[in-house]
Design a protein around this ligand. Structure first.
Ligand SMILES: *[C@@H]1O[C@H](CO)[C@@H](O)[C@H](O)[C@H]1NC(C)=O
Ligand SMILES: *[C@@H]1O[C@H](CO)[C@@H](O)[C@H](O)[C@H]1NC(C)=O
Ligand SMILES: *[C@@H]1O[C@H](CO)[C@@H](O)[C@H](O)[C@H]1NC(C)=O
Ligand SMILES: *[C@@H]1O[C@H](CO)[C@@H](O)[C@H](O)[C@H]1NC(C)=O
Length: 471
């Protein structure tokens, strides 16, 4: 709300229990303000994470596998390749589906612009009930422009119950602060025999600390210790760790040393890779059965097992464990990440009593249906035409290097590429392969933790190339 924006130094406090001998955090105790922020990480699209973790803070910039190079190549793609300016915006400032839940977070590090909504200029007398999300360029079914801006009112407030408190282990496993953990077994599990071997610490978490938390969650399994006890100067993550559609690709390797150089495909291939940027982290963890990123899997796993009574409702839990795509990406990306759609309701005759933040008789929208607020109608979002056509233009050939830098291919750019690899045309070996969703996910998995997404993700296909060479 408006009141919170005036305070620049928001902070949330956290209580840590530290083992004095090893100087390690055993666990933290936290309430809703902190836990909601932690859970919201899972609803962030990968492109947003790539953008945020590159920012300067005391941990230093961090990269997320290949996703930063993928993100930056979108900045370099010109409008000739990307259908419109809007497509670029959709990839560089990815929308999330959790806006309703996260707009009230006490420490919000996501600087994505709030989504805008537009109704028919003739609303409410127009009966078609069309809604345009983000853009005011579309026409209603009645042929009038969808350009009447309408306010979206958010009623949800984070994910967990306001009274609930939680125990968070050093690897981000979250447990409710219940009878089970407050008995002595928890302390015994940590090998704590007496109160003199532990100390309590109060720390305050600011926005900068949250950014550090997000960065460290991607590579550290002893996150609270790293963040609050080690100061974490100069810690950089090590990068060297661990059929719905069919796309035809050419995999190009160097004959002399079998090194994978690049893959070449049409616009559907480029779109498949660009889709990674708009998928929310938690959805990816669930889809891949784990991400191998720092503490993220422990966090996701523990939330999935948290009892529903800790959450405001089932919806809130679902939102983090199975976060969806934002509406704008639904048609293009749903093959990678199956999703459901939000409801959109418009209250065009609000009741006379006051609803906080709504002026008398002002038209407003929500994602909820609440009957005593007055007359409302369901709205039907216009098909997101941008997404139908894909992010990049086709038919056209694109190349992607192993770290997922995508560029359009022409004879000249091919020569540049070969120059960069110090390779001659005669030394190239190519193989045509067809890949589907399985390979796509395998590339995505490799992209999260390595800078060689294609050669790791398609290793089995490349191995066959090598065998053929040997024959
Ligand atoms: C989702 O996007 C909105 C802006 O559209 C932003 O305010 C919110 O913080 C984002 N969600 C998360 C989890 O950051
Ligand atoms: C919407 O479009 C109509 C017709 O072009 C125009 O008359 C009207 O001023 C526009 N409204 C807004 C809010 O831009
Ligand atoms: C403490 O809780 C655990 C379950 O987490 C249980 O197995 C154990 O018996 C409890 N101990 C006591 C002393 O209540
Ligand atoms: C931490 O804060 C609580 C109150 O919020 C206080 O009771 C406790 O003594 C503090 N602990 C330390 C070590 O400062």
């Amino acid at each position: 709300m408006a009141a919170t924006t005036t305070q620049t130094k928001e902070q949330v406090s956290l209580k840590l229990l530290v083992n004095k001998e090893t100087n390690k955090v055993l666990f933290a105790e936290a309430g809703k303000d902190f836990v909601d922020v932690l859970f919201s990480f899972l609803t962030l699209p990968l492109g947003t994470i790539a953008r945020l973790v590159e920012k300067e803070s005391s941990v230093g910039p961090v990269t997320l596998g290949c996703l930063n190079s993928l993100y930056h190549c979108v900045e370099d793609l010109d409008e000739g390749c990307l259908g419109t300016k809007i497509n670029k915006e959709m990839l560089l400032q990815p929308a999330n589906s959790s806006e309703d839940y996260c707009s009230s977070l006490k420490l919000n590090i996501d600087d994505t612009e709030p989504t805008k909504y537009f109704l028919c200029t003739k609303f409410p007398s127009c009966v078609d009930r069309c809604l345009s999300i983000s853009l005011d360029k579309f026409k209603c079914r009645c042929k009038n422009p969808l350009n009447r801006s309408v306010m979206m009112k958010h009623f949800r407030n984070g994910f967990v119950n306001s009274g609930a408190t939680f125990i968070i282990k050093d690897d981000l496993t979250v447990m409710p602060n219940s009878m089970d953990v407050t008995n002595f077994s928890l302390l015994q599990n940590f090998g704590i025999k007496s109160a003199s071997s532990v100390k309590e610490m109060n720390v305050s978490v600011t926005k900068e600390k949250v950014l550090n938390l997000l960065k460290c969650s991607l590579f550290s399994k002893t996150l609270l210790t790293d963040l609050f006890l080690r100061g974490n100067k100069d810690r950089k993550p090590s990068l060297e760790r661990p059929r719905f559609f069919q796309i035809t690709l050419k995999l190009v390797t160097r004959k002399s040393d079998n090194k994978f150089l690049y893959a070449q495909g049409e616009h559907d291939f480029a779109d498949m890779l660009l889709n990674f940027l708009v998928c929310p982290l938690g959805g990816i963890v669930r889809l891949l059965g784990g991400s191998s990123l720092g503490s993220i899997d422990a966090l996701h796993h523990s939330i999935a097992y948290l009892d529903i009574c800790n959450f405001v409702s089932e919806k809130e839990k679902d939102m983090i464990v199975v976060p969806r795509l934002a509406y704008q990406y639904f048609l293009l990306s749903k093959e990678i990440l199956p999703s459901r759609l939000n409801n959109y309701c418009c209250y065009y005759q609000p009741r006379k009593f006051d609803i906080e933040g709504i002026a008398h008789n002002q038209i407003f929208m929500t994602n909820e249906r609440i009957y005593d607020w007055g007359d409302f109608c369901e709205l039907y979002p216009e098909s997101p035409k941008v997404s139908y056509q894909g992010y990049v233009k086709g038919p056209r050939i694109y190349v992607a290097t192993d770290d997922l830098v995508i560029s359009p291919l022409s004879p000249i750019t091919l020569l540049d590429l070969l120059n960069r690899f110090k390779t001659s045309v005669g030394d190239l070996k190519e193989k045509v392969v067809t890949i589907g969703i399985k390979e796509c996910l395998s590339i995505l998995k490799a992209a999260l933790t390595s800078t060689s997404a294609l050669s790791n993700g398609l290793a089995h296909l490349l191995a066959e190339v090598k065998e053929k060479i040997r024959e």
